[in-house]
Write a protein that binds this ligand. Structure first.
Ligand code: UGA
Length: 436
């Protein structure tokens, strides 16, 4: 059996690496030649724990990397994992899905195979049926769900946990008509993930499930952030204790209640925006979703007001930002709240120094010489007027009185409360902790 995977971002590359390491014949395809060359040499374009190791195992076994779509004609299974980013107007950008569909259609025109095409990319409801299917049929001159199968198969993996989540998904969603292709899909997934719950549904339901999932996660985060802002204004209140206790209620659950600077990354913000736009487009006012998004948009202002409260004015002050990755264990800075904070502080004429264990190179691509980059925590803090902990990297838990010794003003703003129990010998303000 041959498996083709189109789009080698963290979803496609993790899937390709995991399947190849399990001895499946896999062809990973991406239009970016430079990226293909790196991957072929065992180098991952993104920092993702265990990905490089799994990729190298896959390459040693059966993984082929190419920018040639014609390889798809030999595939029995094709996964589409291309990006669906956000347009400037907030709507979903489907051009990569359209291009991939067109290329698959052309590749399978002359094949004698009856491949199954799985759409893993996050797409708004109606995309598989109204966009992907017609393009595939036109380009292949074949009939969908007769000559080849099309199944919506959304992905739930988290960056920084991509290999684990690819190996152990919590559920498998298969959207599309009940055909022989659906039966084959069931057999394929039962073999790879024998004990995982499989849900069979329509295309549109599978597509909205993904948005329901991500928007619910965003909701939990905005909820706890709103509560955190309330706690911050109640003497001695502590958001972590609140989160811990409500998380014990099984109806609520403990995950995604870590208050902070707001949600970032390449998925939650763009999926919230796509769902809001989609909802508007079908005549449903997304009042609630808009409030979740607005709460997230306002969270950086809370941090800026904490900085202003302690520093007075921001102009000309040296401010250290600890962490620019959108979360720990990744070098991804897409829609990172740190980047948003730095941009706002630069507008206020602050002098910025950043530290991040993995994301400095990516940060340089945005700010160039406008800010300073420190490779050691000590360098980052020396002569600083104020340090703001933004990303919950483990390294920042180690900060202590001694690390702060050369700061000009010993002021720490902690958006994740990692130093809350430490005696730092300076001024300490944490998001979600009421002043004493
Ligand atoms: C998210 C979803 O969690 C995945 O299930 C989904 O597959 C993925 O999007 C996607 O659509 O591809 P990811 O973008 O990797 O995964 O990031 P998350 O771990 O969800 O974190 C998103 C943001 O929320 C980060 O900025 C993180 O710091 C923040 N967050 C998360 C909090 O502020 N508090 C929390 O309790 C949890």
């Amino acid at each position: 059996m041959k498996i083709g995977i189109i789009g080698l971002g963290f979803v496609g590359l993790s899937l390709a690496s995991v399947l190849a390491s399990k001895n499946y014949n896999v062809i990973g395809i991406d239009t970016d030649k430079k990226k293909c060359l790196e991957i072929e040499n065992g180098i991952t374009p993104i920092f993702e724990p265990d990905l490089e190791k799994t990729l190298r195992t896959g390459l040693k076994k059966s993984l082929i990397i190419s920018n040639e779509f014609s390889f798809l004609k030999d595939c029995d299974i094709i996964f589409v994992t291309v990006g669906t980013p956000q347009k400037n107007n907030g709507k979903i950008e489907l051009s990569m899905i359209k291009k991939a569909s067109s290329a698959i259609g052309q590749a399978i025109r002359k094949t004698s195979k009856n491949p199954i095409i799985f759409i893993k990319s996050t797409v708004i409801p109606g995309t598989a049926e109204n966009i992907v299917l017609p393009i595939l049929e036109k380009q292949s001159r074949k009939k969908a769900n007769k000559d080849f199968g099309v199944i919506s198969n959304p992905e739930f993996l988290q960056e920084s946990n991509a290999i684990h989540d690819t190996k152990y998904p919590h559920a498998i969603i298969l959207g599309g008509p009940e055909t022989k292709y659906m039966k084959k899909a069931k057999a394929f997934f039962s073999k790879i993930h024998p004990n995982v719950k499989m849900i069979f549904t329509e295309y549109q339901t599978a597509e909205i499930i993904k948005y329901a999932n991500n928007s619910f996660l965003a909701t939990k985060i905005s909820f706890i952030n709103q509560l955190s802002n309330i706690c911050q204004n109640i003497p001695n209140a502590n958001i972590d204790d609140v989160a811990k206790v409500i998380g014990l209620d099984p109806r609520i659950g403990k995950l995604f209640l870590n208050a902070g600077p707001g949600y970032g990354g390449s998925c939650l913000p763009k999926d919230m925006s796509a769902l809001i736009n989609f909802s508007d487009s079908i005549g449903v006012n997304p009042t609630f979703l808009k409030a979740v998004e607005k709460t997230n948009d306002e969270q950086i202002d809370n941090i800026i007001s904490l900085i202003k409260k302690t520093l007075g004015q921001i102009r000309s002050k040296r401010i250290t930002i600890l962490g620019t990755a959108f979360k720990p264990n990744t070098n991804d800075i897409r829609a990172s709240k740190s980047i948003e904070l730095i941009k706002k502080l630069l507008k206020n004429n602050a002098k910025i120094t950043v530290h991040d264990p993995k994301a400095l190179e990516n940060t340089k691509k945005i700010f160039g010489s406008k800010i300073n980059y420190a490779t050691s925590l000590q360098d980052a803090l020396d002569k600083s007027n104020c340090a703001v902990i933004m990303t919950q990297w483990k390294q920042y838990n180690q900060l202590n009185k001694n690390s702060l010794r050369n700061m000009k003003n010993k002021i720490i703003i902690d958006s994740r409360r990692v130093l809350v129990k430490k005696e730092l010998g300076g001024k300490y303000f944490a998001v979600g902790i009421g002043g004493r």
